[in-house]
Design a binder for this molecule. Structure first.
Ligand code: ATP
Length: 362
């Protein structure tokens, strides 16, 4: 059995709201798992059930093979880092780090050793005498992480730990947290609504929506093999483009031109004759130059955003709005008409009714 095992976990709050449905997941020791999804999808609720802060309404939870539904939080060997750092303002960094250990009655010598070692891992050695108010947001967050790792527990649970930081600090802390994870090796479950954090930090990502798991996979699988429209649209920035179209004789009409979808999914497309599909492609998966085995599309340029490493081009295709990511040196002029190619291999087709992917999931 995996280190953490969640079997058909459900959460129904006392007011009757069913926040988490049949959540199944096996987590290996040392894995870095990210729960990601929009606000209200049930990620914090799931994390809090793992921590023992919420009871599990239905299902079974095991830690290292032991039935853990009824285990008290402190018996579970978990440390939690919250969005609010929850530091003691009147205590120095040293004492903030030492606090939990002092409560456990651990020897001062051992505490000192662990505080110094933890501060070293986190780059806080020069700040041990400071009070939290004299630290930057990133440093405070590091102290909060330090208070978790100093306890040497097997499981770290982090709920949006970077959301109080500015964009630059978030990028730095992202790599610091993955680095700490590499050094400490604890099993980590990290909750965020930010797909970039999920993509950059996770061994495996769990995408949730409306209390249901949508897909579990490593960042590559989620990006290149999304199982449905939601995952395809949620992972990736700018998001995947979707154009709705009706299949006729295996073809769809997009911006007034016909395209043969059997080139993407073979004869199977005929099962969709008369039905609506979503034609999807990522902004970067296009070419302004002509390429073989591609669909050629035309569009009117409405806006361009030069970002430095690339330009986002916002185009209109007879009512369908699409974003194209192009080399900044190829930035087209606004209010012009352009053509671009989407290679067949870069096209994702989704059933418009069930929203499941038709191709690309093997
Ligand atoms: P966020 O990113 O906004 O924190 P989340 O994905 O973590 O969202 P949860 O906090 O797990 O979402 O909440 C899931 C759903 O359960 C939400 O619709 C929320 O309103 C509801 N919920 C949370 N706590 C309770 C409660 N104590 N009683 C009833 N419903 C609750």
């Amino acid at each position: 059995m995996a280190y953490l095992s969640l079997k058909d976990i459900n959460k129904i709050y006392p007011n009757g709201f069913h926040a988490v449905h049949n959540f199944n997941l096996e987590i290996e020791q040392g894995e870095f798992i990210v729960f990601v999804g929009p606000s209200g999808c049930g990620k914090s609720t799931t994390l809090r059930m793992i921590a023992g802060l919420e009871n599990i309404s239905k299902g079974e939870f095991y830690i290292d093979g032991k039935y853990a539904n009824e285990m008290r939080p402190r018996e579970r060997g978990v440390a939690m880092v919250f969005q609010s750092y929850a530091l003691y303002p009147h205590l120095s960094v040293y004492d903030n780090l030492a606090f939990g250990l002092s409560l456990q009655g651990i020897d001062e010598d051992v505490i000192e050793e662990r505080v110094l070692a933890t501060a070293k891992i986190l780059g806080l050695s020069d700040y041990l005498d400071r009070k939290p108010r004299a630290l930057s947001g990133g440093q405070r967050q590091r102290v909060a992480v330090g208070r978790a790792i100093i306890r040497k527990v097997g499981i770290f649970l982090m709920d949006e730990p970077l959301s109080n930081l500015d964009a630059k600090q978030r990028v730095t802390m992202r790599s610091e947290i993955t680095d700490i994870h590499r050094k400490v090796g604890s099993t980590t479950i990290y909750v965020t609504h930010d797909q970039t954090e999920a993509m950059t930090m996770a061994d495996r990502i769990v995408v949730m929506k409306d209390g249901y798991i949508q897909q579990v996979g490593n960042p590559y699988e989620l990006y290149f093999k999304p199982v449905n429209l939601f995952v395809a649209g949620f992972i990736g920035e700018p998001p995947m483009n979707f154009v709705r179209a009706t299949v006729n004789d295996g073809c769809v009409e997009i911006a007034g031109e016909k395209h043969d979808l059997s080139l993407v999914v073979g004869e199977r497309i005929n099962e969709y004759n008369g039905k609506d599909i979503m034609f999807g492609f990522r902004p970067e998966a296009i070419s302004l130059a002509e390429v073989e085995n591609s669909f050629k599309l035309s569009a009117d340029v409405e806006l361009t955003e030069l970002l430095g490493d690339n330009t986002n081009v916002y185009v209109d295709m007879m009512g369908d709005k699409v974003i194209l990511k192009v080399d900044p040196h190829d930035t087209p002029k606004m209010d012009t008409r352009i053509s671009y190619c989407v290679p067949h291999k870069n096209v994702y087709l989704f059933d418009a009714e069930t929203e499941t992917v038709i191709n690309k999931y093997e």
